[in-house]
Design a protein around this ligand. Structure first.
Ligand SMILES: Cc1cc2nc3c(=O)[nH]c(=O)nc-3n(C[C@H](O)[C@H](O)[C@H](O)COP(=O)(O)OP(=O)(O)OC[C@H]3O[C@@H](n4cnc5c(N)ncnc54)[C@H](O)[C@@H]3O)c2cc1C
Length: 388
C-alpha cells in the first residue's frame, strides 16, 4: 500500500481482516495529509453534481453513506476509541433571489434522482436554526446527510491497523513503482533510500500525489491533480449549540462538531501543490459565515489549514484494477474521500481477494473504473468487466 491517509489505512485494515499480509508505506506519518484537513461531511445528497460523473459519484456516495454507521461502530470496537457520527442533516441556504433560483434548480435535480430533500421557507429554516441571519430567502434540508471528525477516524484507523497486524512503515517514501515490462505487471516499489520491496499486489492510495509516481509506463497511470482547499477551524467559547447541523451556502459551509467546535470551509482552488494559507481566503470565508450566522463573530480561531483534494479529470474516483497486472488504484476521491472510505475499503479488499467480478462489487467498480483514463493502454485479461 502506497499512502497512509484515510483511504490507504481503511483499505489496509480491511485487507488485513481478510487474511492478507499488508504493509503501508507512508513517506511522512500516517494521516497527516489531506485526510486530516477534511471537514468530514458524509453528504452524498448535498454533494451531488450534474452530469454522468456526478451520477456515478452519487451511486458510490449513497452506498458508502449506508456503510458508515457499521464501519464507525466496528472501527470504534477495534481501536477502543470513539468514532461518533453526527446526524441532524444538512441545510443549504440562499441569501438572495439568484441563489434562491439556483436552490430551486438543485431541489428539482435531486427530486429527479429520487433523493430526499425538503424545501423550507425562511421562517421554517430559522425555527430549526435560530442563529441564522434574517436575510435568508430559502433553504433546503437533506435530513439524512451526516458528518464525522476525520481526525478521530484517522486515529482509530491507525489503532485498528496496528492492533490488527498491518505493518505501518512511516518515513518510507516510494520513489517508483517497479514493473516487469514484458508481462506488464507491477512487481513492487523502490523507496527513495534505494530499498526495493516486492509485492504480490500493490495498491496506490497516495491521494493527490497518486498521479506523480515514477516507473509506470505511459498510459498506465491515473491522472490526479491537487485541488487546494483552505479551511478554518473555530471554537465557540460559549460551548455547543449555536448551529445544530451543517449549514451550506454558495461557496462554503459551517459544520458543527457538536462540542462547540466548528469547521468553516472551504475554498476550491486550482493552484497545483501550493499549501500556503492566504489572508484573502480566510477573510472571505469568515466574512460570509458571519453574514449568515452573526454569532460566528464571537468564536475563536483555532486553525487555518490547507489540504489538496485528489481530483481526476472528471472528478470521480479511480478505484479498482488499472492497466497493469498486480496494481490496484484507490485514489481520486476529490471532495468525498471521507465519505467514500468505507466503500473504497470494501471494493479494494474485494479486488485483492479476486472477487472483483462478483455482481455486488462489479457494478460499483464500474462506476469508478481507473481504466477510463487508460484507453490507449492494453487492458489486462483479469480486469473488471461490468455489465451495463
Ligand atoms: C478543505 C477540504 C475539505 C474536505 N472536506 C471533505 C468532507 O467534508 N467530506 C469528504 O468526504 N471529503 C472531504 N475532503 C476530501 C478528502 O479530504 C479527500 O478526498 C481524502 O482525504 C483523500 O484521502 P487519501 O487517503 O486519498 O489522501 P491523503 O490523506 O492525502 O493521503 C495520501 C497519503 O499518501 C502519502 N504519500 C504520497 N506520496 C507518497 C509516496 N511517494 N510514498 C509514500 N507515501 C506517499 C502522503 O504522505 C499521504 O499521507 C476535503 C478535502 C479538503 C482539502
Amino acid at each position: 500500500m502506497v499512502g497512509g491517509g484515510i483511504i490507504g489505512l481503511a483499505v489496509a485494515w480491511r485487507a488485513r481482516q481478510r487474511g492478507m499480509s499488508v504493509t503501508v508505506l507512508e513517506r511522512d506519518e500516517c494521516g497527516q495529509a489531506t485526510s486530516r484537513i477534511a471537514a468530514g461531511m458524509l453528504a452524498p445528497v448535498m454533494e451531488v453534481e450534474f452530469g454522468e460523473a456526478g451520477r456515478r459519484a452519487l451511486e458510490l456516495g449513497l452506498r458508502s453513506a449506508e456503510l458508515w454507521p457499521a464501519f464507525a461502530a466496528e472501527l470504534a470496537r477495534a481501536a477502543g476509541a470513539e468514532v461518533p457520527l453526527i446526524g441532524g442533516g444538512a441545510m443549504f441556504i440562499a441569501r438572495d433571489e439568484d441563489e434562491a433560483r439556483e436552490l430551486e434548480r438543485q431541489l428539482a435535480f435531486r427530486g429527479s434522482l429520487g433523493l430526499r430533500v425538503e424545501r423550507l421557507r425562511p421562517s421554517e429554516a430559522r425555527a430549526l436554526e435560530p442563529a441564522l441571519a434574517p436575510t435568508l430567502r430559502l433553504a433546503l434540508v437533506a435530513p439524512e446527510d451526516r458528518s464525522v471528525d476525520p481526525r478521530l477516524v484517522l486515529a482509530a484507523l491507525r489503532g485498528a491497523c496496528e492492533s490488527g497486524g498491518v505493518r505501518l512503515r512511516e518515513h518510507a517514501s516510494v520513489a517508483e513503482v517497479e514493473v516487469d515490462g514484458a508481462h506488464r505487471r507491477a512487481t513492487g516499489v523502490r523507496l527513495e533510500d534505494g530499498e526495493r520491496l516486492g509485492a504480490g499486489a500493490l495498491v496506490i492510495a497516495a491521494g493527490p500525489w497518486s498521479g506523480g509516481l515514477a516507473g509506470l509506463p505511459d498510459g498506465a497511470g491515473v491522472p490526479v491533480r491537487p485541488v487546494k482547499g483552505q479551511i478554518v477551524r473555530l471554537r465557540d467559547p460559549a460551548g455547543p449549540g449555536l448551529v445544530g447541523r451543517a449549514v451550506r451556502f454558495e461557496g462554503g459551509y459551517v459544520l458543527p462538531r457538536g462540542d462547540g467546535r466548528y469547521v468553516l470551509g472551504g475554498t476550491v482552488e486550482e493552484r497545483g501543490f501550493d499549501l500556503a494559507p492566504t489572508a484573502g481566503a480566510a477573510y472571505e470565508m469568515l466574512r460570509v459565515a458571519r453574514e449568515l450566522i452573526p454569532g460566528v463573530s464571537e468564536m475563536e480561531i483555532e486553525e487555518l489549514s490547507v489540504g489538496l483534494r485528489p481530483g481526476t479529470p472528471d472528478n470521480a474516483p479511480a478505484v479498482g484494477p488499472g492497466a497493469l497486472e498486480g496494481l490496484t488504484w484507490a485514489t481520486g476521491h476529490y471532495r468525498n474521500g471521507i465519505l467514500l472510505a468505507p466503500l473504497t475499503a470494501e471494493l479494494v479488499a474485494g479486488v485483492l481477494e479476486g472477487r472483483s467480478a462478483a455482481q455486488d462489487l462489479g457494478q460499483l467498480l464500474g462506476a469508478c473504473d481507473p481504466l477510463r483514463f487508460a484507453a490507449s493502454f492494453p487492458r489486462p485479461v483479469s480486469s473488471v468487466e461490468v455489465a451495463s
